[in-house]
Design a binder for this molecule. Structure first.
Ligand code: 6PG
Length: 470
């Protein structure tokens, strides 16, 4: 056992935990890693050879190896495993020690855990970490929430390990309690929406216009150099080039069309509904994952309700250009919905979120990093209290010059019988959001008609009820 004391600990040496240990160690901080699984500990020992890294299978060894006050990151699956680790850690810790949950925990769990842990004189941070295995290794985006003074203690380590954009680390303290995990949840809701929109562009280009995988790869690679560029578009280009090592096909063509989920997109939709912040692009992305796994029903329905997918007969370059505009507007609408939810949640839960900071730390390292986040950040720089991105004049100008592409795509998709629900709801959201009049007067009238729920008038204040003529 070494007598050297380590700067920080990692509990959970799965690929994310292990990679983050190596990343932190590469920046000159010493890290002690712990896992019950001997194989994972061995993997860290090997990969961490020559670095300031310790790997152990006994919790007592981990605790003894740490500088005091201690700082311990947990990277374990969300839910009961997080509570189990906290339970195991608590008897070993003393006042001033800090527990950091780096997983995708539900924000309400983080609130409860933070309360419990801090009541014992310890610190607690809930930190959303995005970027997958490669991000953890080479620089993730990190979204910390909890106690600001506790964050200050680990800040140099987090800033060193985070992704950098023009030297600026993609991490900053976001707010109290569960603020960090809330922001990460919404990040994932936006992630679902962008993935759904890109999938719809693929469907139109593939089934509609008959593009080959090479042509698809080329198209997304070109788009990545434009204003829709970002990590998800970039990896989409790579995906179409990937060969399958079990057949002579491209891998994409042998992957089952059923999208699984761990639930963070669903949580975002649930929260948006609960706080009454419309986020239909995110909701639809969740619904389409659900619909995708109903494969047997889809197959049965395709026999009862057959629909032949049409062939796009127009100019392919025009279709691509409309799709790129549609993707731009759809992505911006998804960001607008997610950030509007954050704006509202910040008031509701008193997080005091600075949305400029959120946009800034999403520019690098995370899954939804995209070029348009620079413009989004500028929008919040201009007006920190902006309620919806679509109200920002420069962004609105971009939407105005591109939304006809989105409208054309919705028309084309409907005519070809290719489902593009993400684009359709994004367009409907845009049109509804900018409409000073909506047919909700009729809904008020109906509610009053059948339930005497009353209605308001446009010409005088107060609430009214009418005995409707039957
Ligand atoms: C990230 C990802 C990451 C993970 C999601 C996937 O930001 O690095 O969002 O957190 O890939 O858990 O979520 P689903 O399994 O729900 O698609």
């Amino acid at each position: 056992m070494t007598t050297e004391k380590f700067d920080i600990a990692m509990v959970g040496l799965g690929v994310m935990g292990r990679n983050l240990v190596l990343n932190i160690a590469d920046h000159g901080f010493s890290v002690a890693g712990y896992d019950l699984d001997q194989e994972k500990v061995e993997a860290l020992r090997q990969e961490g050879a020559g670095k300031p890294v310790l790997a152990v299978t006994a919790l007592a060894d981990l605790i003894a190896a740490l500088k005091q006050p201690r700082a311990i990151i947990m990277l374990v699956p969300a839910g009961p495993p997080v509570d189990a680790v906290i339970r195991d850690l608590l008897p070993h810790l003393s006042a001033g020690d800090l527990i950091i949950d780096g997983g995708n925990s539900h924000f309400s769990d983080t609130d409860l855990r933070a309360k419990e842990v801090t009541s014992r004189g310890l610190g607690y941070l809930g930190v959303g970490i995005s970027g997958g295995a490669s991000g953890a290794r080479h620089g993730p985006s990190m979204m910390p929430g909890g106690s600001a003074s506790m964050y200050a203690r680990v800040r140099p380590i987090f800033e060193a390990a985070a992704a950098k954009v023009d030297g600026d680390p993609c991490v900053t303290f976001l707010g109290p309690r569960s603020a960090g995990h809330y922001v990460k949840m919404v990040h994932n809701g936006i992630e679902y929406a962008i993935m759904q929109l890109i999938a719809e562009t693929y469907d139109l280009l593939n089934r509609g216009a008959g593009l080959s995988n090479d042509q698809l790869a080329e198209t997304y690679a070109q788009w990545n150099d434009t204003d829709v560029g970002g990590f998800l578009v970039e990896i989409t280009a790579h995906i179409f080039r990937q060969p399958d090592d079990r057949s002579c096909q491209r891998l994409i063509d042998v992957i089952l069309d059923e999208a699984k989920q761990k639930g963070t997109g669903l949580w975002t939709s649930q929260e948006a509904m609960a706080l009454q912040v419309p986020a239909p692009t995110i909701d639809m992305a969740v619904a389409m994952r659900d619909l995708s796994v109903l494969k047997e029903q889809r197959e049965a329905a395709s026999k009862v309700l057959p629909a032949t997918v049409g062939t796009y007969e127009g100019n392919q370059e025009e279709l691509k250009s409309q799709l790129r505009e549609a993707l731009y507007v759809g992505m911006l609408v998804a960001f607008a919905q997610g950030l509007a939810l954050l704006r509202h949640a910040s008031d509701q839960y008193e997080y005091d979120l600075q949305l400029e900071d959120v946009a800034r730390i999403w520019r690098g390292g995370c899954i939804i990093r995209a070029k348009m986040l620079e413009d989004i950040r500028s929008a919040y720089q201009r007006r920190g209290d902006l309620t919806n991105l679509l109200l920002d004049e420069p962004l609105a100008t971009k939407v105005k010059s591109r939304h006809e592409g989105l409208r054309a795509i919705v028309r084309t998709a409907a005519a070809l019988r290719i489902p593009t629900p993400g684009f359709m709801v994004s367009l409907a959201y845009l049109d509804a959001y900018r409409s000073p009049w909506l047919p909700a007067n009729l809904i008020q009238a109906q509610r009053d008609y059948f339930g005497a729920h009353t209605y308001e008038r446009i010409d005088r204040k107060g609430v009214f009820h009418t005995q409707w003529n039957t």
